[in-house]
Design a protein. Sequence first.
Length: 576
Amino acid sequence: MGAEKQQSTGNSSQVGFPATSSTLTVSGEPSIATTQGVSDYAPVISEKGSQVSIDNGESNQPLDEEAAVQLTRTNSYIPPVVVPRGRRRGLFGSLTLLAEVENPKHYNRKSKWFITFVVAVAAAAAPMGSAIFLPGLGEVARTYNTTATVTNLSVALYMLSISIFPLWWSSFSERLGRRSIYLASFALFTLWSILSALSVSITMLIIMRVLAGGAAASVQAVGAGTIADVWDPIDRGRAMGIFYLGPLCGPLIAPILGGILTQSLGWRSTQWFLAIYGGLILVFILFALPETLAHRKPLPPPQPENGSPEIERTLSRVSSRQVVQQTTRALNMLKIIIIDPLKIILYIRFPAVALTVYYASIAFGCLYVMNISIEITFSRDPYNFSTIIIGLLYIPGALGYIAASVFGGPWMDSIMKREARRANRVDANGKYIFIPEDRMRENAWVGALLFPSALIWYAWTAENGVHWFATIAANFFFGLGSMLIFSMSTTMLTEFMPNRSSAGVALNNFMRNIASCVGGVVAAPIIDAIGNGWLFTILGLICLASSVVIWAMKRLGPRWRITMEEQLKKENENRR
């Protein structure tokens, strides 16, 4: 079919898709089968085909089975339908060089990887803002003539802000789209970073940094939603691993930059660097990142209930009716802005979500405790390393994250395929069905053993002043093991709730950053009190005990997920 004949119509989202056809072909892309129409939240993945909604600008709502289209692998290629420049969504949508398409999952792989790269680089901003500030804490205390406790508070509150704000960013992105949220948040991040660099008091600095962290944190949740928008679940493990390199390598590379900048130009230069970084990301998103949120069918306006004749006569007065309408509109807006984002926390009531989030949060909290320990331990006897050398010691951990991202994602996807074949799970058409729990197999056990063991390894080499290489080598294996857990958990959360993928990730971000905030506050006092040895031994044992989550998810996960799907479906129907 020639490109010149492929046009978008009001009723067809696929290039050249006949309106009456129910079976179509697409090549080169893995496919998904969903149980939508049976359950709004039950993702299963088909190796050979995919059932999706007809994207006519009104999709991503619970689907009727008649509205599904079966896609099957062939050797032909049907390109996606490009949205006309004047109809592209999001702030300044017409400026994007990569065109918005009707169905983001129909982008070619090169475009999908480009989008993944953009959000991964953007996701590094928030955690980088925390770590780049660490080498300059002493200088900040001297600048404002304050205590180390107060300057450490600026880091702790920053971490708290990047745990809370994504609840709102995630909720807004499901209504306003991903692109608008990215642009608004990075414009604010750039502004607050500039004001942080110009701060005239410690109070102003703390407030500006809290606002900057909250702004940049949008990508922590919305970015994972973008990955879910463009990637089919069968390939999502690899994509999520690459995406996670941003928020995990950011805090490992940032201390190196922070040490160099602080030592040569002063601590304010770290904030100017963040402002420049945020500005570049803002421009990059403006011209390179299209809207990826699937089109939604607008909900019908609520119908007024029949009331008594007296009430109807009262409301017939224009002034009274206007007051009621304005009050209702204000209350609805207040609900959308304040109440709805907090509802994301309620997903923690489901065991499958709660255990997955808990396990990832424990590992993430340990990461920040180790980061602080490295700075404290290697600045004292017997090491006495300079600020720049200490920054370089974070590189092995970054290498562990990179290795796990490059190899762990494809490994997880291959396990998913193998488990479906082994269990002979097939749908009515004979196609393999995949479930989220398939991602938690031997890859999870390898991660569950690696990162707690690395914590105990680090504990006693650091405590006894062993050669720095032996101590930092543990950091590599910690990064390797914990990254397997992080990418697995995040990918599973997007598949537990495919219609609210960013909500699950926002909840995960909320819990894990609270853990990192607590770890950042208590790490230094505990190290001074009991030393690295017992602190990291205790953490390692807690993490080993927490690996029971893997066993529980393997045995009970499918039952919990089905119960969650049924309850969410009922709640969704009640809201209509």
